[in-house]
Design a protein around this ligand. Structure first.
Ligand SMILES: [Zn+2]
Length: 327
């Protein structure tokens, strides 16, 4: 299947990136994010064409049962209408001038980040924007040294973080329990520091055993002055790894993983000659100019989280999980 350019543009527009009709890592990250946020879309992670088409179908307001990632006449019509409504079929300069005029007139102004498709409010990162933290990085406050490699156990937290081998015994087997079964083990957290998501200080869908660890991690981020870097956190999501049914369930299905600021911390698989792009080197900062700071990452590691940015063959710097790597 070849996806026409206007379909890609529609998907990009819906996902809040430049609708330039060009495929790249930013578009991939944004479309995956859109996919994660909309349960109607169910596609295998590796299928780029299906991902593009599904997002465009969803954005165009097609009914849930028709969102299949397959480009056909109904999709063509719906997406063409959407593209026309959003003014995406004009040449770029014209579209930009129009967008500017709209913004200046004030009425009906709609930035790309808050685009609304067919009355459905977009839930992407329009809630807040990325903020750099001010001041130099601090790694040590009182008796807490973020770099000493020790883990702090929160009150009512787990003394030891379970390894992969025993995590199902500790957290429950999400596959055997099913989505409704594992949901019984999840809690909502309230009164959290930070302005992420809607700024309500709440997170829904956190495994009850992970909850004290997550709360303490955010408290540390506040204490170390980096809490406002975090504008978006996604937690529970019952799905297979990389959206691939042949893979095991993702740790998001257990409520023990979270994705932070996904758009700025996209996942990628480095080729062998790119393995030198290690976290927080110059090359890393070039790749992730708005990536999470080392202090945020260390605050989460400090309470036992493993970080996806540390995985050399599949870097996933948005991802944290409460599973110990070795032992
Ligand atoms: Zn994740």
């Amino acid at each position: 299947m070849r996806v026409p350019k206007f379909v890609l543009k529609a998907a990009q527009y819906a996902a809040g990136v430049d609708a330039d009709g060009l495929w790249g890592p930013k578009t991939l990250a944004a479309l995956r994010q859109y996919d994660m946020e909309h349960d109607e879309i169910k596609i295998a992670m590796g299928d780029k064409d299906k991902l593009i088409v599904s997002v465009a179908q969803h954005a165009a307001g097609m009914p849930k049962r028709k969102i299949d990632g397959i480009y056909g006449p109904a999709t063509e019509k719906a997406v063409k209408d959407y593209v026309a409504e959003q003014g995406l079929d004009e040449d770029k300069a014209g579209a930009r001038a129009r967008a500017r005029a709209k913004t200046q007139s004030g009425s009906g102004a709609r930035s790309r980040a808050t685009a609304v498709s067919k009355g459905k409010a977009r839930t992407a990162s329009g809630w807040a924007t990325w903020q750099p933290h001010e001041g130099p990085d601090i790694y040590e406050i009182d008796d807490i040294d973020l770099r000493d490699g020790t883990i702090i156990t929160p009150k009512r937290g787990m003394d030891e973080i379970p390894t992969r081998r025993i995590m199902k015994q500790v957290y429950g087997d999400a596959l055997a329990l099913g989505e409704s079964g594992i949901k019984k083990r999840l809690v909502s957290l309230r009164d959290l520091p930070g302005r992420f998501n809607k700024g309500e200080g709440k997170l829904y869908g956190v495994h009850k055993l992970a909850a004290p660890h997550l709360r303490l991690a955010l408290q540390l981020c506040e204490q170390f002055g980096v809490i406002d870097e975090i504008y978006r956190i996604g937690t529970f999501n019952y799905r297979h790894m990389r959206h691939d049914k042949s893979r095991p369930l993702s740790y998001h299905s257990y409520g023990i993983a979270l994705d932070m600021n996904p758009r700025e911390n996209f996942a990628w698989s480095p080729k062998p000659n790119q393995r030198k792009v290690n976290p927080f080197t110059k090359a890393w900062q070039k790749k992730y100019p708005r990536g999470l700071s080392e202090v945020v990452v260390l605050c989460f590691k400090k309470v036992g989280y493993a970080w996806g940015g540390d995985w050399p063959s599949f870097r996933d710097p948005m991802h944290f999980e409460l599973v110990a790597r070795r032992r």
